[in-house]
Design a protein around this ligand. Structure first.
Ligand code: SF4
Length: 223
C-alpha cells in the first residue's frame, strides 16, 4: 500500500456536512477513506442514469453499496432516470469523451446532487468523478461549481483527489476490495466507442460483469 500521507481534510468555508456524489466504488474508495479518516460528516449520493446497460449499472451500484456499508457511511440511492439522460443527450450521440455530452452528463448528475443537498441540509457537495485520470478535472469542477451556485449557502468542494498518492491508492484499494472493474466510462455511446476501438485494435468486445480488480494487472477505473 502506498504510504499514507493524507493531510487532515476539512470542508472549505467551515462547511459542516458533505454530500459526496459517487460514480462507482473504484473511484470513490480512496475518496471515502480519505474523508472518513478526517472525521467529516458525509453521505454517499449515487445518481448515475448515464450508466448503460442496467446490468452494468447494478454491478457498479452494488459494489458501492457494499463499500459504504463496510464503512458505515449512509448511501442514498437516487433515480435511474435514463429517459431524462437520453433526452438531454439527444444530438450529442457522436461527441467524443470530454466533450459537450460529458459536460451535460456531469451537469445532470451534479444538479441532482445539489438539489438533494439543498433539500436535506447538506452545505457542501463534491464528487469522486475527478479522481480518474481519464477525466478532465477542470470540466468536472466547472459543472460542480455551476450546480452548487443554484442554491444559496451551498458550496462545491473542488479538492484534487488525485494528489498526494490518491490516484495510486485508488487502484490499491480497488485491488484490496476486488471491486468490479468497468472498462468504459458508462453511457451507451462510450461503450460503443470503446468496442469500436477494440475492434480496430483486434481485441474482443467488452463483456459486462467479467473483470474484477486483483484478477490481473490493475489499471484505474475507466469511469
Ligand atoms: S462518456 Fe462518460 S461522462 Fe461522457 S456522457 Fe458518457 S457516461 Fe457521461
Amino acid at each position: 500500500m502506498t504510504e499514507l500521507q493524507r493531510p487532515s481534510l476539512s470542508l472549505p468555508d467551515a462547511g459542516g456536512r458533505l454530500l459526496l456524489h459517487s460514480c462507482c466504488a473504484p473511484c470513490s474508495g480512496e475518496v471515502m477513506e480519505a474523508i472518513t479518516a478526517s472525521g467529516i460528516d458525509y453521505a454517499i449520493f449515487f445518481y448515475n442514469p448515464n450508466i448503460h446497460p442496467v446490468k452494468e449499472y447494478e454491478l457498479r451500484k452494488q459494489e458501492n453499496i457494499r463499500f459504504a456499508e463496510q464503512h458505515d457511511v449512509p448511501f442514498i440511492d437516487c433515480d435511474y432516470d435514463t429517459d431524462n439522460w437520453f433526452t438531454r443527450a439527444r444530438g450529442m450521440e457522436n461527441e467524443p469523451e470530454r466533450g459537450i455530452r460529458c459536460t451535460m452528463c456531469f451537469d445532470m448528475r451534479f444538479e441532482r446532487t445539489a438539489l438533494y443537498a439543498h433539500e436535506h441540509g447538506f452545505d457542501t457537495i463534491s464528487s469522486s468523478l475527478g479522481i480518474s485520470r481519464w477525466k478532465n478535472m477542470a470540466q468536472i469542477n466547472d459543472c460542480g461549481h455551476r450546480a452548487a451556485a443554484r442554491y444559496p449557502g451551498l458550496q462545491y468542494w473542488d479538492y484534487n483527489w488525485r494528489k498526494g498518492g490518491g490516484a495510486s491508492r485508488m487502484v490499491e484499494i480497488s485491488k484490496r476490495e476486488q471491486f468490479y472493474q468497468q472498462e468504459y466510462c458508462g453511457c451507451v455511446y462510450s461503450l460503443r466507442d470503446a468496442n469500436r476501438h477494440r475492434r480496430e485494435t483486434g481485441r474482443e468486445r467488452i463483456q459486462i460483469g467479467l473483470l474484477y480488480y486483483g484478477q490481473e494487472a490493475g489499471q484505474d477505473s475507466k469511469d
